[in-house]
Design a protein around this ligand. Structure first.
Ligand SMILES: [Mn+2]
Length: 347
């Protein structure tokens, strides 16, 4: 079960909280001592940056296992933005008195580093730390045109998000799933994790048949809302099917299209008919799935520079721009993104 930490950073004592959370995350996935020390350094820099340059923010820490343990950190702020990204990335640019290493050091020690900044809107910085003692699980040859996926979880309370997202590769297809277990927290997580586990057993079924399998697999849990988007080899199409309240929007040549799910609860109440939509998936395709913790009036990003960022950064920008302190979240929130564009723009 994925554990997540949402750590507010508004004063220097909270920089300590970030380090405690990152160390717990590293321990949770079994990251080695060297990489834990690196993660600690990056966490300190990200927190210090938030305090010094952004007037505070939050750091979202997530664990994953793609065959090797990974800890993902996203520093998210509503600050003024970084005027000179190139300068900020140079080692030694940071004005911190503690380490003086700054974002340049984060980039150097991270397995994945990415950043998006917009004047007056804020900055998102992504750092992923993977274990280097183990090698990545050998995936079968890519079943579809390469796509990039990423996401962000925010728990309502505690360290367990009741939502789950995953990208499940099959022989000739790739499925992005977002499952929102009923309620929130650990009981919700049990249902959403059961959905992802079952999908990994049947990665080659079409979405509607996957949902049917999930109906059985989720009996005995609270049930979940589940949306599935599947890319098949060579077709240039995406198949979409969903049951329950998971939001989905796809950007096509005709703009952003909402993809609607049928009302129901997978594992508890199955609608009589679950339609499977077929949509074009072309270069420039961008798909956003989100649980209902995201305020419904969120707007899809219009910033084409964002397309070339890591999908986790895109997800965090969507989340940040939808949130406000006037409307605090009332549920676990997850945003998952699939992008067809290559990450070809340098920072
Ligand atoms: Mn929910």
């Amino acid at each position: 079960m994925t554990r997540v930490w949402d750590v507010p950073v508004h004063d220097s004592t909270q920089a300590h909280d970030v380090r405690v959370a990152v160390e717990a995350a590293c321990d949770h996935v079994g990251l080695g001592a060297d990489r834990t020390a690196d993660a600690d350094l990056a966490a300190t820099e990200l927190a210090t940056n938030l305090l010094r340059h952004a007037g505070g923010g939050r750091i979202l820490i997530d664990t994953a296992d793609d065959g090797r343990p990974v800890v993902q950190m996203l520093a998210v702020d509503h600050g003024p933005g970084i005027r000179d990204v190139a300068a900020a990335l140079r080692d030694g640019y940071s004005t911190t008195t503690s380490l003086g290493a700054g974002l340049g050091a984060c980039r150097r020690i991270a397995d994945t580093f990415d950043l998006h900044t917009a004047p007056g809107r804020g900055t998102v910085v992504l750092v992923r730390m993977a274990d280097r003692r183990t090698t990545r699980r050998a995936e079968a040859a890519p079943a579809v045109r390469p796509v990039r996926v990423g996401g962000v979880h925010v728990p309502l309370v505690g360290e367990t998000c009741g939502d789950a997202w995953a990208c499940v590769p099959g022989r000739d297809r790739l499925t992005l799933v977002l499952a929102d277990g009923l309620g929130h927290g650990p009981e919700g997580a049990r249902a959403s994790a059961a959905a992802v586990d079952e999908l990994r057993r049947v990665p080659d079924l079409p979405p509607v048949e996957m949902l049917r399998r999930l109906d059985d697999a989720l009996r005995g849990t609270r049930g979940a809302a589940v949306a599935l988007a599947q890319l098949a080899q060579h077709t240039g199409h995406m198949l979409f099917a969903g049951v329950g309240n998971v939001g989905a929007r796809l950007r096509t040549e005709r703009g952003w299209q909402p993809l609607l799910s049928r009302p129901g609860i997978v594992g508890a109440y199955r609608p009589a008919v679950v339609p499977e939509r077929q949509l074009p998936w072309k270069d420039g395709g961008l798909l956003i799935l989100h649980s209902d913790g995201l305020p419904s009036r969120w707007a899809p990003p219009e910033d084409s520079y964002l397309d070339h960022r890591d999908p986790a950064v895109i997800a965090a920008v969507v989340l940040r721009d939808a949130s406000s302190s006037a409307r605090p979240a009332r549920d676990d929130t997850t945003v998952a993104v699939m992008a067809s564009t290559p990450r070809d723009r340098p920072l």
